[in-house]
Design a binder for this molecule. Sequence first.
Ligand code: NAP
Length: 292
Amino acid sequence: MTGLTSIKNIGFIGLGIMGQSMAGHLLAAGYQVNVYNRTKSKADGLVAKGATWFNTPGEVAAESSLIITMVGFPSDVEEVYFGENGIIASANKAILIDMTTSSPSLARKIAAEASKKGLAFLDAPVSGGDIGARDAKLTIMVGGEQADFEHVLPILQKLGTSIVLQGGVGMGQHTKMCNQIVIASTIMGVAEGLSYAKKIGLDPAVVLQSIGGGAASGFQLNVLGAKMIVGDYAPGFYVEHFIKDLKIALAEAEQMQLHLPGLALAKSLFDKMTDLGLQRNGTQGIFQIYLD
Ligand code: NAP
């Protein structure tokens, strides 16, 4: 805990599919929001609504008492925290929250470096997709100190509806891996069920009317399955980000000698999508692997 009493200005770094909506909710809630993104034009809409642009993560950090990051890959997280003009070097008496899906070990490394400077750190990856971000209904899985969690909870409540402290630093990321492991086998099942429907001559849309209300229902079937049926592979969640998550989960499982064959199979199918140049599809694009 940094001894902070109130959070007035929030730094937000990473304004992609998820960060764009999330930063917008904080702005709408009345906070001063300081923003930075690799591609500057993605900040234009937020700046027009009152956000303040800074030229580096470090400049955002220097002006903010809470700094949230929502970038793409662990290498991006490394860069914004530890790179030239990074957050750690410039933040002052701040709480840092990484909401990127990243590795638990990197979360622990950031926390250790942050604490040397009297900064607090929480890992808080999310689930709920682009729709959850847009509707401020994310599930937020947090790792860190209880006091820091309580301090930022009112702000996280502007972004999500299920916000749970899972344990110490890194446990938010481990919880997110549980989520991705479930999704890995589920989305394969959705693609397989719908390709079976097509092959036997059923109308997959009508099949979805039946099975979408039964025990198989859920986001992967009802939302992404519906997109598979109409051939809409536009990204809500990029295949290349999912592969990043599957790699982290497989590496963690290997370290604990946990055998997860469904996860390994899903990784091989999504790798196949990369071979076909489909890594910037949404994850529902896996359906193409099953089409004749
Ligand atoms: P995205 O659209 O690619 O957004 C990431 C943003 O971070 C991009 O705007 C990117 O800049 C920016 N960025 C990357 N490296 C940066 C750096 N070094 N400095 C400044 N900005 C940097 O991805 P997303 O879908 O929002 O996902 C963000 C994270 O949330 C990922 O880890 C993903 O796995 C996770 N996630 C996504 C979903 C989903 O459904 N989309 C759901 C849950 C979790 P550019 O604009 O230049 O590319």
